[in-house]
Design a protein around this ligand. Sequence first.
Ligand SMILES: [Zn+2]
Length: 345
Amino acid sequence: MNSSTKRPVAWLVIVVLTSLTALTVEACASAPAQDGSERVSLDAYAEWRRDDTIIVDGQRVRTGAATTFEGERARQFSEIQLGDEVRLTGVRLGDGSVLATELEAKVNGSALFEGDVRAATDEIEALWLKEGMMFEPKEDGGREVIGTMVTSGPKLARVERITRRMLPPYLPAEAVRVHVVETDEWNAAAMGNGAVWVYTGLIDELSDDELAIVIGHELAHFTHEHSRRGARSGLLTQLLGLGALVAAEAIDNDVLRTSAQVAALLSMTATLSNYSRNHEDQADRVGLRYVSEAGFDVGQGPHLWARFRDKYGEQNPLVNFFLGSHSRPTDRIRNIERELALNYR
Ligand SMILES: [Zn+2]
């Protein structure tokens, strides 16, 4: 067994052992307070500074005399840095912004699972690019081809242009890589290493504004580290479900011929199909902010999801990794309309 076949085993062991103690993250919770004002909890990143607000979780956050700053990183509003991890509770104001009552900013350091998610997804990205196709390994060693890679031309250039425009300012441009997959399905995906995959079905049929909404959603999964944050709830379940595939001795037999195939199976199940409902809703909120800051039309959101509903219905397993654990399209349209009313009117 060479070192490249050992690595996934070590990764599995680490994941299984540490999953048990990882925290589950509630992305954005809100509830009415006794006085009728809406209480808001956010757990996200500081992404833009706009006048006297910072953008966290797509929301405009203010601080005031009543704000308590926790931790050492930021003792006042001006000390919060873009890219910082920010947790806060507050109340919704009449203009839709959030007044923080307690706020903690932290450097976005390397967290539990982050390196594991990155290593596994780097492997699958490299494998798909090398083979010139996106595919899922089957348990019998075969391949389920999703589509071939489009490595040049106007479709790739268009998706690149839209994506680049939407990156938040603290993120280095090289952190995100855009790939186009030839298939008529309407789908897109993001990996924990910054690889974003967009299907030609969407590129051919959506406007730039609509495409931006889809890509913004995917970018938010990456910037908000949903693969890592979902590791406890999702990955462990997936691992247990995979049964024999995760047994160490299986690595040496023909069923799992290469370490890349192991990584492929795991990283796809973990990163492409397993975001929680909370993470999906957060990706919608943050994604709309990316769309808006880039100058695309966030108002197209409800119409876009109505188009998805028309095409695939309320529930469709075909599009599970984009729509999978998400609110049904009808709920999603309602959520997005609320978000537009709070933040973009
Ligand atoms: Zn999603």
